[in-house]
Design a binder for this molecule. Structure first.
Ligand SMILES: [Zn+2]
Length: 416
């Protein structure tokens, strides 16, 4: 049995990391889309309090949970203040309470059947499993997500900070740690106090496969098309009824079929209609628009606007309004001027024996908004896979590699 660790450091960090990870995933921290306060659910605050206690025990005396559910703490060092960020919440898109993690030692490359829900992890369907033969895998029990997104990131940061605190001889800059609520509902960065955090740049630890290093996200906009018809009792409707529901259906059908998430990949953007609410009197079409390029994003939004105005414009008695609003920007433009931020992450991975994988994210991270607000923040891998599903799994070896990469990243920034 030779578990394939990326380094002796990663191997040494693994047992403590696994213990932390199993503790964190058991706290129910799913966020809720209809949030009335921050955090949207009490479990996130519970995990925040647990982490504050552990950070203080490690020696980060200023660790605290703020009124909005953000954990922040400092490990003093030599050099600029550098941030490490992970999110407390898990996705509302799959059941997430009552997580019971299972460790599958020395994965043999076959099908993993989980005890509940008939859930099966099959390398035929999930090719990333093939890269994890010989690893120790963690899954949930089949009827919940695991929550490696992003508790693998939290465990990696906690493990790296604990290691550095226990080894004062190791070089490190001043390290700022933050754990954020409600990332999965797009609110992780909104109440983040960048000034109090006081870092020059940061890294979210919220990626997936070994070596992922992401400094590019979608640019994102939301859109709402509202159609006002004219409702009349159908018995008296001849020549008078203007049916907003039918017009909404025509608008959706007229949108380009090759400009959807299901028909695009790589660097191509899309228009995604995710909700239509309609009565004869009034209809709303909710869509998101995405692209890596801001001009193309604008062009997609224009397609949506023109389509709605053209289709509804054929019925002069109907009215249409199209509201397009920005959501988050591609972080690349905020990182381009600071090549050392990504450069030091690449160097840390290489020192850990990992070849960096630079993939653009077909989505956003807390770092998209933080970068825009003045805290440049690329994203690093965690070793978690199949996020937001009951088939979610994580590799102990890859999570340990993430923690070891952070230790090396600290070394790279020391005295900078
Ligand atoms: Zn995440």
């Amino acid at each position: 049995m030779s578990a394939p660790y990326t380094s002796p450091l990663a191997e040494a960090l693994a047992p403590g990391l696994l213990e932390r990870f199993q503790r964190y995933v058991r706290v129910a921290t799913q966020s809720r889309r209809d949030r009335e306060r921050s955090p949207s659910t009490p479990g996130q605050r519970e995990l925040g309090e647990l982490l504050v206690g552990e950070l203080r025990e490690i020696g980060l005396a200023d660790a605290a949970l703020d009124e909005h559910g953000y954990v922040m703490a400092t490990l003093p060092g030599d050099g600029p203040a550098i941030g490490w960020i992970a999110h407390l919440d898990t996705s509302p898109d799959a059941p997430g309470d009552g997580v019971e993690p299972i460790v599958h030692r020395d994965y043999d490359g076959g099908v993993l059947a989980l005890p509940r829900g008939g859930t099966v992890l099959d390398p035929e369907q999930m090719p990333e499993l093939r890269g994890a033969v010989g690893h120790d895998l963690v899954t949930a029990s089949g009827d919940t997500l695991l929550g490696a997104d992003d508790k693998a990131g939290i465990a990696a940061i906690m493990t790296a900070v604990a290691h550095l605190a226990a080894h004062p001889e190791l070089p490190r800059p001043t390290l700022k740690v933050a754990f954020t609520p409600d990332e999965e509902i797009g609110e992780g960065a909104t109440l983040f106090d960048i000034e109090r955090f006081g870092a020059r740049c940061a890294y979210t630890v919220d990626g997936s496969a070994l070596g992922e290093l992401q400094d590019e996200t979608f640019s994102a906009a939301g859109a709402v098309v509202t159609i006002e018809g004219h409702d009349v009792h159908p018995g008296f409707a001849t020549g008078r009824l203007v049916n907003a529901a039918r017009l909404a259906a025509e608008v959706v059908a007229a949108l380009p079929a090759d400009l959807t998430p299901e028909a695009t990949s790589g660097r191509d953007g899309f228009i995604h209609v995710y909700e239509v609410r309609a009565t004869a009197a009034r209809a709303t079409i909710h869509a998101i628009v995405r692209d890596f390029d801001d001009e193309r994003l604008q062009a997609h939004a224009d397609v949506l606007r023109r389509t709605a105005e053209t289709v509804v414009g054929r019925e002069p008695r109907a009215r249409v309004t199209v509201d397009v609003f920005p959501q988050y920007p591609n972080m690349r433009r905020f990182l381009e001027g600071h090549p050392e931020i990504v450069g030091r992450a690449e160097a840390a991975m290489r020192a850990e024996g990992i070849e960096p994988v630079r993939t653009p994210i077909r989505g956003g991270t807390d770092g998209s908004v933080l970068s825009q607000r003045g805290l440049p923040t690329p994203n690093l891998f965690t070793g978690g896979h199949e996020f937001h599903s009951v088939r979610e799994w994580a590799s102990v070896q890859e999570m340990a590699a993430a923690a070891a990469t952070l230790v090396r990243l600290a070394g790279g920034w020391a005295g900078a």
